[in-house]
Design a protein around this ligand. Structure first.
Ligand code: DCP
Ligand code: MG
Length: 451
């Protein structure tokens, strides 16, 4: 008996339109139809997003706010309200999970949904996509775009094609026609460098790319990247939709051979645990919105305390500061020693959602991770001068801030999606001094860990 085992997949991608700005327009009806720009408002601020009315003036994400003010002097400039955006995003996710158990939030305002096999329950997938689209718009009050296609790569491109406010379906037989006119830079993982390299060889569109021989792609980009480009050009992508329901938290715990009594020792250990947890968080591609600490005293009484952060982060110093603040918030038992300490990070959102105004300072996390991957698990500890640390022995990550983050964030903006893998990572190891709503931490030091 012959079966066709390869059931055709149907993946939906949903992305809210001008998300932060649309929420502001929802909550303040007088802003509807007006150019609204949400982002850092200080001197070094950057734009998180702009309403479509503001985009008509050339304003876009990751642009310095000062420049946006020049382009759009009559725009309404607002600081972000993350808690409110999270609320709207949660409504969106709840709607999605009513249609499929396999939902992968990709950033705060976008998600993949695997609709394969939902026909029996919900009818034809095209109709389901339309129903999801309608429900999100009416129940959140924010416009969104949806793309439906046989895989994630195509579904994401389809929702981009549907923007703003539309729905676009790519059937298997439409793939070539849909992809051909798009610029190669629209493909996952094809960053500015690959785009440039292709352009130098006369390859501009995905159609051009499809006509390049596999062996030629090999010789230009090496075997792995070459093969990946060959597949992307044909709209091939088997990556599964990862339901992230289980990835609820990341934690680090240590039981100490000898109980800790001094508050400064406890704080120091908590910092180390926080930095380790933050490093795992970054490695696994998450940002946390909740920091928890766990303390077990020698008499085995155990306490946990947690705090919700105003903004999602993987910044090791911020997380460590929160952990220590939690320690100082509660009761201390100087007479009973501490037996176990733990730091947990929860309320995880994908790091692909990294608010533009927080992006640059958070490169520290990436820098630390790079150093660790090169030199082993614990080559460094983090310190802030004035907290008992001596002169930096490795170096100071601090430069007078520069505003060249625009280009890097553009790259991030396009590279989002997590598929692909051909792109270039180009993260500088510096700690600029931009307007990220966090007190500046000049002279943050990295110290080699001894012993
Ligand atoms: N965001 C940010 N910094 C960026 C990009 C985005 O802070 N560099 C925030 C603001 C956006 C939200 O994330 O509103 C969602 O990002 P999108 O890339 O989906 O952009 P928008 O939803 O704003 O617009 P679009 O209609 O193009 O999706
Ligand atoms: Mg969006």
């Amino acid at each position: 008996m012959g079966y066709d085992c390869a059931m055709a997949r149907w993946i939906l991608h949903v992305d809210m339109d001008a998300f932060f700005a649309s929420v502001e327009q929802l909550d303040r009806p007088e802003l509807r139809g007006r150019p609204v720009i949400v982002g850092g408002l200080g001197r070094r601020g950057v734009v998180s997003t702009a309403s479509y009315e503001a985009r008509a003036f050339g304003v876009h994400s990751a642009m310095p706010t000062a420049r946006a003010r020049k382009l759009c002097p009559h725009g309404v400039f607002l600081a972000p309200r993350f808690a409110r955006y999270e609320e709207v995003a949660a409504t969106m996710r709840t709607i999605l999970s009513a249609f499929s158990p396999v939902v992968e939030p990709l950033s705060l305002d976008e998600a993949f949904v695997d609709l394969t096999g939902t026909e029996r329950l919900h009818g034809p997938v095209e109709r389901t996509a339309g129903e999801i689209h309608r429900r999100i718009r009416t129940e959140t009050g924010v416009p969104c775009s949806v793309g439906l296609a046989p895989n994630k790569l195509l579904a994401k491109l389809a929702s981009e094609a549907a923007k703003p406010g539309g729905a676009h379906i790519v059937h298997e037989e439409d793939v070539e026609g849909f992809l051909s006119p798009l610029s190669v830079s629209r493909l996952w993982g094809v960053g500015p460098q690959t785009t440039r390299k292709l352009a130098e060889r006369g390859v501009h569109t995905v159609g051009d790319l499809r006509r390049v021989d596999a062996s030629l792609l090999h010789s230009w980009f090496g075997p792995a990247a070459g093969a990946q480009l060959w597949r992307l050009a044909r709209g091939l992508d088997e990556s599964p939709v990862h339901s992230t329901r289980d990835a609820k938290s990341i934690s680090q715990e240590v039981t100490y051979p000898e109980d800790l009594f001094r508050e400064e020792d406890i704080a120091r250990e908590l910092r180390q645990l926080a930095v380790a947890a933050a490093s795992r968080l970054a490695e696994e591609g998450w940002l946390a919105t909740t920091v928890r600490i766990k303390i077990r005293w020698a008499d085995f009484t155990t306490r946990t305390r947690q705090v919700r952060l105003p903004e999602p982060t993987d910044h090791p110093v911020l997380i460590a500061d929160e952990a220590v603040a939690l320690l100082r918030r509660g009761e201390v038992h100087p007479e009973v020693g501490v037996r176990l300490l733990g730091v947990g990070l929860a309320g995880l959102v994908a790091a692909t959602f990294r608010p533009a105004h927080l992006f640059v300072p958070l490169q520290l996390g990436a820098a630390l991770q790079q150093i660790r991957s090169r030199h082993g698990a614990h080559p460094l500890s983090l310190g802030v001068p004035g907290e008992g640390h001596p002169r930096p022995e490795v170096g100071i990550l601090d430069s007078g801030a520069k505003d060249d983050a625009d280009a890097e964030m553009d790259e991030r903006g396009r590279g989002r999606g997590g598929g692909g893998g051909v792109g270039e990572r180009n993260r500088a190891m510096r700690l600029p001094n931009s307007d990220h709503g966090i007190p500046p931490r000049q002279g943050l030091v990295l110290l080699p860990t001894r012993g």
